[in-house]
Design a protein around this ligand. Structure first.
Ligand code: GDP
Ligand code: GDP
Length: 455
């Protein structure tokens, strides 16, 4: 009886408008072989996660959830590929730049048994310009006798180096304590907080899909308000573009404007840039080529965008290359490959001719509206009441799980918590998600439903 009342009447005690907060981001950078992967694994407390690097093989996952003394953070590992000696300066510089753009604090790892190299000094200069908190990690200090090696690194100018042995765990606890001290409680980077400024858009997609053409088209024909935000010229630059009477902030466009020169590792860095841009954005535009089949890289980028919890718009570019036959083929492809993101608004455009570029803003607005939506608890429970009455959960092993109460715990993106008397079938949860979308819109946003089972 009581439970039914809850469903019908609802209670608004859950309605306190909890803003979406992201865990602070800690990035690990350093030259190859200084022990970054070993340290990442040590911090995450697992062996297999990162270590299995095959030289030259790209890895697309770079951030991992970490926890220390009850505080959560996101660990970003930027050391994803092997280099040849020639490229080391450029590689480490790029790595440091990306890490700084997406992190709240940086662990800069140096091999204490080798000492500071010229590359280390280059990185050090970049880090200092960024003004981000940096902890200097003197790694491979396996025993007390080697502490002198660590002390020699004072000269890098980051103050006290933290002597650690990533291999044996020595000093890592102190390092993490210190890292948590400099990390903010919530990330100042992540883009989900509304600050009142222009909405932040990440334009992402594989190389040559047309990102820079689209950016030029958008910026060129409209009045472009180009701002340099950060202090250093190497910092990623956002571009402010006026579209449809409003200013939009396209994040990390420096990475789009600047051509990737490095052949080796380019894909890895493209992936890092994608994630850095997603971190800062509220809505992602994933560009796909209407002229080609969906590549593995397209699929990965799309997955990153979905996982990021940002609003999503899919733009099929190069539509000027379409003919009827291609179109029929593409429609079939889309149905197959994009079934899992049918909720994202789609626009067909040509960055080259500018065709349909005015369709982008309505799609962005729609996606952001879904992302922002918050359903009052009373309304949600009225909806659930009707839904559950018409379509009860199937009986499983003589039991029928019931939904007692639901609440939208947060928006950006919308996350729902259902209090139930048993585990809901994945199929039933999908059904609820579908109905939520039908009823409340939620176009262009991922939705998450979690359960609290009350026995
Ligand atoms: P990365 O390229 O910076 O990710 O470096 P790795 O984590 O792959 O480590 C490079 C090499 O240094 C490996 O052989 C590790 O076993 C070794 N190594 C890493 N940390 C330590 C440490 O604290 N002490 C010692 N003696 N060796 C280490
Ligand atoms: P990015 O690497 O994603 O920034 O891609 P670019 O903007 O540099 O475009 C890669 C290539 O595709 C260039 O040769 C562009 O001229 C071409 N391109 C971009 N957009 C279109 C389009 O809408 N139609 C056609 N036909 N070509 C395009």
């Amino acid at each position: 009886e009581e439970d039914t009342r809850l469903l019908e009447g609802g209670s608004d005690e859950w309605d306190a408008d909890t803003p979406t907060r992201m865990d602070p981001v800690l990035a690990i950078i350093g030259r190859p072989n200084v022990g970054k992967s070993t340290l990442v694994n040590r911090i995450l407390g697992r062996r297999e996660a990162v270590v299995e690097d095959v030289p030259g093989v790209t890895r697309d996952r770079v951030s991992y959830p970490g926890e220390w003394t009850g505080r959560k953070f996101t660990l970003v590992d930027t050391g994803g590929w092997e280099h040849d000696a020639k490229g080391i300066h450029a590689m480490v510089a790029e790595q440091a730049e990306i890490a700084v753009s997406m992190a709240d604090a940086v662990l800069f790892v140096v091999d204490a048994t080798v000492g500071a190299t010229a590359t280390d000094e280059l990185v050090m200069r970049m880090l200092r310009k960024s003004k981000k908190p940096v902890l200097l990690v003197a790694n491979k200090v396996d025993d007390f006798a080697q502490e002198a090696d660590a002390a020699a690194l004072w000269g890098l100018g980051f103050g006290q180096p933290y002597p650690v042995s990533a291999l044996h765990g020595r000093g890592v606890a102190d390092l993490l304590d210190a890292a948590l001290e400099v990390l903010p409680e919530f990330s100042a980077i992540a883009g989900v907080e509304r600050t009142g400024g222009p909405r932040r858009v990440a334009l992402i997609g594989r190389p040559n899909v047309g990102k820079s053409s689209l950016l030029n088209k958008l910026a060129g024909s409209e009045r472009a308000v180009v701002n340099e935000i950060a202090g250093t010229t190497r910092d990623p630059v956002d571009e402010y573009i006026e579209l449809g009477g409003k200013t939009w902030r396209f994040v990390d466009t420096a990475g789009i404007r600047r051509r990737q020169h490095m052949a080796q590792g380019a894909e890895y860095y493209a992936s890092l840039r994608t994630q850095a841009a997603l971190e800062k954005a509220e809505v992602a535009v994933v560009l796909l080529g209407a002229d080609e089949v969906l590549s593995e890289q397209d699929v990965r980028i799309l997955a990153l965008a979905i996982e990021s919890g940002r609003a999503l718009v899919i733009a099929f570019n190069k539509w000027d290359l379409m003919d009827d036959e291609r179109r029929r083929w593409l429609e079939r492809e889309i149905e197959k490959d994009l079934a899992h993101v049918e909720w994202a608004p789609r626009v067909n455009i040509s960055a080259k001719t500018g065709w349909h570029k005015d369709r982008l803003v309505p799609a962005l607005e729609k996606a952001l509206a879904g992302w922002d939506t918050r359903i009052p608890t009373g309304r949600l429970n009225a909806f659930l009441g009707v839904l559950v009455a018409a379509h009860p959960h199937p009986v499983r092993g003589g039991k029928q799980p019931r939904i007692l109460f639901g609440t939208q715990a947060q928006s950006r993106p919308p996350k729902f918590v259902l209090f139930t008397t048993g585990f809901l079938d994945p199929g039933y949860r999908r059904f609820i998600t579908r109905r939520l979308r039908e009823t409340f819109g939620f176009e262009g946003t991922p939705i998450e439903i979690s359960m609290r089972v009350r026995e």
